[in-house]
Design a protein around this ligand. Sequence first.
Ligand SMILES: Cc1cc2nc3c(=O)[nH]c(=O)nc-3n(C[C@H](O)[C@H](O)[C@H](O)COP(=O)(O)OP(=O)(O)OC[C@H]3O[C@@H](n4cnc5c(N)ncnc54)[C@H](O)[C@@H]3O)c2cc1C
Length: 425
Amino acid sequence: MNKDKAQHIIIIGAGFGGLYAAKQFLKGGNNFEITIIDVRNFHLFQPLLYQVATAQLSPEDIAYPIRAIFERHPNITILKERVSLVNLNNKSVTVDHGELSYDKLIISVGVIPDYFGNDSWEENAPPLKNLEDALNIRKKILTAFERAESEILHPGDKYPLNFVIIGGGPTGIELSGALAELSVYALKNEFRKINPERSKIYLLEAGKNILPGFPDKLINSAKKSLEQLGVIVKTNSTVTSVRTNGVEIISNGSSKFIQSKVVIWAAGVKANFKDSVLSTDNNVKFDEKGRVLINKDLTVANFKDVYVIGDFGSLMDDKGRPLPATAPVAMQQGIFAARHIMGKSPAQFKYFNKGSLAVIGRNAAVADFGSLQISGFFAWVLWAFVHIGYLIGHRNKFIIMVKWAWNYFTRKPSARIILRDFAGR
Ligand SMILES: Cc1cc2nc3c(=O)[nH]c(=O)nc-3n(C[C@H](O)[C@H](O)[C@H](O)COP(=O)(O)OP(=O)(O)OC[C@H]3O[C@@H](n4cnc5c(N)ncnc54)[C@H](O)[C@@H]3O)c2cc1C
């Protein structure tokens, strides 16, 4: 390392991977000039997006300005720009308003929803990936109840108060549980003509089980908790078409149509950057989801100065299983990549799996620590502490604790506002 001139490190993406990499460099002295590039001006705590979508939290509770995180660190520059090209041969990054060159590059741009070739479904089955999505879904959910109440103006026109969530992974579970609590408790007594409890929430999963990867005991516990809340869990149910008024599915061999005005996509993800951004001319290898196949030290083959971390990187563990697309993997890889650049990391990245958590609702969660598996109240408390612990910013930690306490005792979440768009809708 050249001790006279600070190395220029570019970090693309201030999600979990990029943020933890940047923070690690703060411990490495002044030999680094860091530029963080993100298309957004905030770090987003994606695990709580479903709470914004279901009116429990407000957008700013789970987002934190990137500039505020690094305000005391003059060697960190933040650019709110969209990266449109990474040229690994020239060691340059092209953004909307120019080009920058780097000594080392860390790419942590995450993933985007995958509609498995049916991109037209997105219009009627929006995903939950960013804050705009969460607000869009919140509006759709709350509007559905309002529209149903207006039935009185259209006698005979029974508005279907059905909600469909596609995908039985942790996001689908969390969304359907929170939506059920909203219908059963929060909105109860507030409407005159409809009973919000009449809403039907369908959770559709193409595989044979929800929460793939979790042990059977916890899967059964999660399913039971969801069903107690009134969620209709349909496994072995593949969506074959999404329309404005519902979804067509093949469930256990027979086809069925579920009428619904609110369908949410929580089924799959694929690479964010297209091949054209990280040019394949450079012989970069991608997996079937378009994520970059990386070396054990998280670098890209033939490019020792380029690290791909987090959801956008594709790496197997010691047993040949792909590392999960989760926040802890991204955070640990961010720390590893930064330390590797500083010459402080071992030769190979090793993921330390602290366990998996998924929440269903009030007092109901599942936690898998391998030999220890817990469900119910204690798993839920643990889930709450872990999320508070990893949130960025004292303000957000404090506000969320207060809101959770309020919601817990009153069961009346306050973010139930429907914002009109510019067209006044
Ligand atoms: C709804 C939801 C719930 C989740 N729940 C959990 C959970 O409970 N537990 C868990 O461990 N994980 C959860 N995850 C997964 C977890 O959030 C991801 O694994 C983690 O965010 C990956 O970190 P990352 O740094 O790879 O990408 P991200 O955190 O997605 O960050 C990517 C960053 O790159 C920026 N970016 C993208 N493209 C460009 C571009 N062209 N130019 C500039 N910037 C760009 C984005 O703005 C973003 O800030 C959840 C994800 C979602 C969507």
